[in-house]
Design a binder for this molecule. Structure first.
Ligand SMILES: Nc1ncnc2c1ncn2[C@@H]1O[C@H](COP(=O)(O)OP(=O)(O)OP(=O)(O)O)[C@@H](O)[C@H]1O
Ligand SMILES: [Mg+2]
Length: 474
């Protein structure tokens, strides 16, 4: 580790001594009797250590000045100063000029050198370790950043509608606040996506994001999944196991489908939320964690509370912030951006996809369906249409084949008076509405703006129905 040592001293015997000491340690020694020569050499060569005499003889720059020059040029290079008379002033001046150590030349010089070089070696090692750590940290931060960006793309929330803008603003605001969030909305509206986005945008982004579906298992299994268990806690518990709360320590735990837990179990969850403490099943040790909880459900918790099936205190605790995801039918204007996004993702994930763009006619067909399965269903429709289609442009007929059979009727509920008594009320109302719109179109010779005025609704509202009921087609 000792490497190349530059020794600068005007006394030949000191140079010889330094040379002997360092060569014995396996160093490569370059000696100068003049500071300027040493500086010139250092300009062209690498060194690991400089030993510099303070008094370089009359008519020459002092060692302190040489030290200052060398340190100015090579701030990382350690310099040890030698002097014949160990005065504290010299020591202070040398350190100010950038020296790392100071040794007096006396009969014990050799021993002192040994000690000082040891010291410098330790300092060098420390400096190298620190630099390596800094490099590693920088690399880690950069890779985290890259990961976050990649994850950001994968978990991007797409949508241009006002409703989705409101949702996104809420997500951004609540993400850094270490409190629970309750995400509500019908199936397939992106509840899990929102939970991940909140985690990704929080300071916990590089910590774990753990999910658990509370409705997928029995409650006793759920308990051991969430809190873990000790060995022998129940038949089959052959080893101690960490629960999801422990796995999520420092990060976020996503409790999905929390709507159907028993009141007793809800009380257990409440306790962990309150105190961030729990015991493993059959365990006595109290485990402390720091977990942010995001919960989701498509159940109506207000109704569940009114019916005595959901604890209001748990609701209050979870709903520090509530995010309601609107159904896709409430924001059909998001369909084109979502469809474009799903096409791009599908092209990335699946090789050999020919479709590159979606035709206007295909967009029109996509917007005429009301997607009871919401965004997930739209994604499926797009992917099905895209993988079946041939050519680079997705056509309307490709969408037709990808829509579920019932979509054909749902899109055009029949333009009658809504007098089919076999249908439920909402479909009869829609049929009647479709008939009214079609009638208005005919009366205005298919001028949509006038038809809207005739019905007393805005042009946008009319366009929405026009697309929904497929009135462009006959
Ligand atoms: N706004 C959106 N932008 C992009 N992708 C979305 C959006 N909303 C939903 N998705 C996608 O739709 C699918 C369903 O979303 P997610 O699983 O988050 O819904 P969910 O509300 O949790 O559904 P469920 O109630 O059935 O569990 C996922 O593939 C998700 O990536
Ligand atoms: Mg979900």
């Amino acid at each position: 580790m000792i490497g190349t040592i530059v020794c600068v001293d005007d006394q030949a015997e000191v140079r010889r001594l330094l040379g002997d000491v360092f060569r014995a340690k396996g160093g490569n020694v370059v000696s100068f009797d003049d500071g300027e020569d040493a500086i010139a050499w250092l300009d062209k060569n690498d060194a690991d250590l400089v030993i510099l005499d303070l008094d370089l003889g009359a008519g020459r720059r002092s060692g302190i000045e040489i030290c200052r020059t060398v340190h100015g040029k090579l701030p990382e290079l350690p310099i040890i100063i030698l002097t014949g008379h160990g005065a504290i002033d010299d020591a202070v001046a040398a350190v100010k000029a950038g020296a790392v150590d100071f040794i007096t030349k006396d009969p014990y010089l050799e021993d002192k050198l040994e000690i000082s070089v040891d010291k410098v070696e330790r300092m060098l090692k420390y400096a190298i370790d620190r630099k390596r750590l800094e490099d590693e940290n920088r690399e880690l931060r950069a890779s985290n950043e890259r990961l976050r960006k990649a994850a950001g793309r994968r978990w991007a929330i797409v949508g241009d509608s006002q409703l989705m803008h409101t949702v996104m603003t809420k997500i951004e605001k609540v993400a850094p606040v270490p409190r629970p969030v309750l995400v509500l909305g019908p199936r397939g509206t992106g509840k899990e996506l929102v939970a991940r986005a909140i985690h990704m945008m929080s300071p916990r982004a590089s910590e774990p994001f753990i999910t658990i579906n509370c409705a997928a298992v029995t409650e006793s299994l759920l308990e051991s999944e969430l809190f873990g268990h000790e060995e022998g806690a129940f038949t089959g518990a052959t080893k101690q196991k960490e629960g999801k709360f422990e796995l999520a320590d420092g990060g976020t735990l996503f409790l999905d489908e929390i709507g159907n837990m028993s009141l007793e179990f809800q009380a257990k969850i409440l306790r962990v939320l309150e105190y961030q403490r729990f015991e493993r099943v059959a365990g006595s040790e109290s485990i402390q964690v720091n977990v942010r909880v995001i919960a989701a459900t498509n159940a109506n918790l207000k109704e569940a509370m009114a019916a005595g099936k959901f604890r209001p205190d748990l609701y209050d605790r979870l709903a520090f912030e509530e995010i309601h995801l609107p159904s896709l039918a409430q924001r059909l204007e998001d369909v084109p951006v979502l469809a474009t996004y799903f096409l791009a993702r599908f092209r990335q994930d699946v090789a050999g996809i020919t479709v590159k763009e979606i035709s206007a006619e295909a967009f029109d067909r996509l917007a005429q369906y009301d997607y009871p399965g919401n965004v997930r269903e739209l994604k499926n429709v797009v992917e099905r249409a895209v993988y079946m289609a041939q050519g680079e442009v997705l056509r309307g007929s490709d969408i037709d084949t990808a829509l579920p059979p019932e979509a054909q009727q749902a899109a055009v509920p029949g333009t009658n008076f809504g007098d089919d008594t076999r249908l439920p009320l909402d479909q009869r109302v829609e049929a009647f509405e479709a008939w009214l719109c079609k009638d208005a179109l005919e009366r205005t010779r298919f001028k949509q703006k006038e038809a809207a005025a005739l019905l007393g609704i805005s042009y946008d509202q009319f366009r929405q129905r026009y697309r929904k009921y497929g009135l462009g087609k006959d």
